[in-house]
Write a protein that binds this ligand. Structure first.
Ligand code: GDG
Length: 476
């Protein structure tokens, strides 16, 4: 099209995600800052060798911007109005799809006006991607905010090879079936040539939904999708467990300043026998309440004492305008206050609660300082924090308590597994982690570290993109 080439060079590789990998700053001289994240690191080399473009929302409402280059990346901003943010993003994405796909831990809200906005914004993203993709380009769409983009994009541009990666769980059909637009969402996703999930179980749930709802044949991850011309094409639905840049975390953990900071943290907390750590976005899927309940009971039972242990809970602010998240925050802060009020002694605190975000160096220092990492999510696509903790323990120390309801649990089999709903079980797991003999800790951490190092984020994107490339060759 004419428009396609007016603003930028058409790209052979286009990433589409709700957010651009940059954040707006208040600094006039440096208005954008790269937002750190595994996804950027993973696709960076592919982007650079294919004059890649990234299509996404810059994170502020009503900001209309032309495509621009930043740090060697071609960025294509998609505008969202304040209404779009409320209906498409906070509404349909974070208050319909998010709770439904996390096994209705919170009750999903179904509003037709939210759905209409979701269709409208997905169309806008598809159009932007279409404008910036060169003939025969590869487009990689990310996550649950953009489930309709694969189909919309295929209609606009049948020449493209389209991949989609789903970062969160895909629920069992019995739950998925609640969605009033369950058909349209499945059809939207099936516009992709390769549909990637975190776990084998997610890919299975998706294939089952497609069979039950659309009646298409599915065989070992190959789904037969009828085409408008009466033919059939294949869409691949498989698991590609995402990971982290393990080497980057290792390098940080070896830095003298980071190690010194870890020591400083331990000292400032009074050098207790055991530092327990939780790091989560403040989200109801993360099982923070269950973790606090278990820990609070251990203190009340006298199995733990504030003289020996402290729990550091980083709860980074998240989705603060969504009602459920406001209520969650109140509930957690009430619980923290109660536990501290009951258990604290002058100079000794049960929980150090931090409602804040920190630089990555500080996170790694915390990981190094923590004897026990608590990941008790009720449902989590992967949970990168678990992998980051493991990668950071270059000293070989530390123990990981990990919920079996995370994608990470499929891989990190040497962690101490817990069912977060079983509070007695969580209490025992915490005690097991604190009391674990050094030798066993070392053995487990070695195995965990090997796993994360061998399956890093580069491996993840290579696996996905190589399947996507194979899909292209099938229909040139
Ligand atoms: C979704 C899926 C899936 C957190 N607080 C701070 C901070 N973080 C970083 C962590 C980690 C990331 O945020 C969170 O990633 P998770 O994987 O743990 O969870 P979600 O945000 O829910 O991510 C999840 C993921 O997508 C990838 O596919 O694994 O299942 O829900 O990297 O370290 N980072 C810094 N300061 C903080 O205060 N620097």
């Amino acid at each position: 099209s004419i428009e396609r080439n007016t603003v930028t060079v058409a790209s052979d590789f286009v990433v589409v995600s709700n957010r651009l990998p940059v954040d707006r700053t208040d600094d006039e001289n440096e208005p954008w800052r790269r937002s750190p994240g595994g996804l950027v690191t993973a696709v960076d080399p592919v982007m650079r060798s294919n004059n890649g473009a990234w299509v996404g929302w810059p994170g502020q409402a009503d900001v209309e911007l032309d495509p621009f280059e930043f740090d060697g990346l071609q960025l294509v901003p998609v505008m969202l109005t304040a209404d779009d943010v409320q209906l498409y993003y906070e509404g349909f994405s974070n208050d319909t799809i998010w709770p439904l796909y996390h096994d209705v831990i919170a009750t999903p809200t179904y509003h037709r006006t939210w759905w209409d906005a979701y269709v409208k914004v997905n169309t806008r993203f598809a159009e932007a991607a279409s404008r910036h993709a060169a003939e025969g380009a590869t487009v990689w769409v990310h996550d649950y905010q953009l489930q309709l983009v694969p189909k919309l994009l295929r209609e606009l541009r049948p020449d493209l090879t389209i991949g989609y990666f789903h970062h969160i769980p895909f629920p069992a059909y019995g739950l998925y079936a609640q969605l009033p637009w369950r058909r349209q969402v499945l059809e939207g996703l099936l516009g992709a040539d390769v549909i990637g999930f975190q776990r084998v179980a997610d890919a299975g749930n998706f294939a089952r939904a497609v069979r039950r709802q659309l009646g298409f044949d599915t065989k070992a991850g190959a789904i037969s999708v009828p085409t408008p011309d009466g033919g059939v094409r294949t869409a691949v639905a498989r698991a590609y467990p995402i990971s982290i840049d393990a080497a980057e975390y290792e390098d940080l953990a070896k830095r003298p300043d980071v190690r010194a900071r870890a020591e400083e943290i331990r000292t400032s907390l009074g050098n207790p026998k055991a530092i327990l750590l939780g790091v989560d976005r403040l989200d109801y899927t993360k099982g923070i309440r269950h973790r606090l309940k278990a820990y609070g009971e251990l203190l009340a039972d006298g199995r733990l004492s504030v003289h020996d242990v402290i729990l550091v809970q980083v709860a980074s602010p998240s989705r603060e305008r969504v009602q459920t998240y406001m209520e969650l925050r109140d509930e957690i802060e009430l619980t923290v206050g109660r536990i501290n009020g009951d258990a604290d002694e002058l100079g000794y605190s049960a929980i150090q609660y931090l409602h804040n975000s920190y630089p990555r160096e500080e996170m790694v220092a915390l990981f190094l300082a923590a004897d026990v990492m608590l990941v008790t999510a009720l449902r989590d696509g992967m949970n990168l924090v678990a992998k980051e903790y493991v990668a950071s323990r270059v000293d070989g120390g530390g123990a990981l308590v990990l919920s079996e309801f995370t994608g990470a649990a499929d891989e990190l089999t040497q962690a101490i597994k817990v069912n977060p709903h079983d509070i007695t079980g969580v209490k025992d797991a915490i005690m097991q982690a604190i009391d674990m003999p050094q030798k066993e800790k070392d053995r487990r951490m070695r195995a965990l570290r090997r796993r994360v190092r061998e399956n890093d984020v580069a491996k993840w994107s290579e696996r996905f993109l190589s399947d996507l490339n194979a899909a292209r060759k099938e229909h040139p």
